[in-house]
Design a protein around this ligand. Structure first.
Ligand code: GLU
Length: 301
């Protein structure tokens, strides 16, 4: 059974964890809003963590821009903002703890794609296990992977109940195979950083976009191996553009208009299907109505 971390007097800790690859847009605002409302509806804490671990994708100034936009919209973190790029020793310690569950892999992305065992839910190739039993003599280690159980082992199937999506079930072996914790470029992978940080920050509730739904099983597997608590999860539907692509900088999402916080927040609340009492005409009225609407739908205890 999942154990929920608590700190004195606080039994809900949520977070928003943006990657600073550009300014917030309508899609990322929906995730920020949902996590904020859930924390407020539960009278919990809401933390802000800058996921700048993928330094190759980090855009200088983007994190500060995100923090300023959230503040302009009335979303202030409880406590200091945490930066993943400053927490590498924590990821290293967790990695060391995994011992022989982790192994070096010499395969290039192309070799894995060419092996065509199957495609994972995110479009990446399922790892065929080439380096599982040791590197071939002519191979140099590139990335480090975490073993997952064989497909027929009951431990390979991760099940959890998502507060929005309902029961989710994923077989780690057929969905992704052994996955990367330390990348070929030397950076820590998102999966290990997010698991270590959520536990370290005592996060009880992860509220984020459904594009991360299929990462959750890998994160729960890591939590189990590291003997960390599993938080509750709520994945909100992803906002798409007119041709059905997830809104992102790559698909042409525009930055939010910081001069129009109320309009932007009302649009995000509509995306979440929230039915607000009345028509809020100030930010303060919006927050009051939105927290109440969220609490009616997703509970407040
Ligand atoms: N940093 C991730 C993103 O911006 C979110 C991670 C998470 O919420 O777990 O997509």
């Amino acid at each position: 059974m999942p154990v929920h971390a608590t700190i004195a007097g606080v039994n809900y800790i949520g977070r928003f964890a943006p990657s600073p690859t550009g300014p917030l847009h309508a899609g990322s605002l929906v995730a920020a809003l949902a996590s904020y409302l859930d924390a407020r509806a539960h009278r919990g804490r809401w933390l802000l963590r800058i996921e700048d671990i993928d330094e190759a994708r980090t855009v200088p100034g983007a994190a500060e821009d995100i923090i300023d936009t959230l503040a302009a919209f009335g979303m202030h973190a409880d406590g200091e903002v945490v930066w993943q790029s400053r927490r590498k020793p924590l990821y290293e310690a967790a990695f060391d703890q995994l011992g022989s569950q982790v192994y070096p892999c010499g395969c290039s992305r192309k070799e894995i794609a060419d092996s065509r065992v199957a495609l994972a839910a995110d479009g990446a190739a399922v790892y065929p296990g080439t380096c599982r039993h040791g590197l071939a003599p002519d191979r140099q280690p590139r990335a480090w992977r975490l073993r997952v159980p064989d497909a027929t082992d009951p431990a390979a199937t991760i099940r959890f109940t998502d507060r929005w999506q309902g029961l989710v079930e994923e077989n780690l072996a057929t969905a992704t195979g052994d996955f990367v914790l330390k990348r070929a470029d030397g950076f820590w992978a998102y999966q290990i950083a997010v698991v270590v940080d959520d536990a370290d920050q005592g996060v009880t509730d992860v509220v984020r976009g459904a594009d991360l739904l299929e990462s959750t099983a890998r994160q729960i597997w890591l939590q189990q191996l590291l003997q960390l608590p599993t938080p509750r999860y709520l994945h909100v539907p992803v906002v798409t553009n007119a041709v059905g692509e997830k809104l992102s900088k790559q698909t042409g999402a525009k930055p939010l208009d910081r001069q129009k916080p109320l309009e932007e927040l009302l649009a995000a609340a509509r995306q979440l299907g929230l039915v607000l009492d009345g028509q809020p005409e100030s930010l303060q009225a919006f927050w009051q109505a939105a927290v109440a609407a969220w609490a009616r739908r997703f509970g407040s205890d």
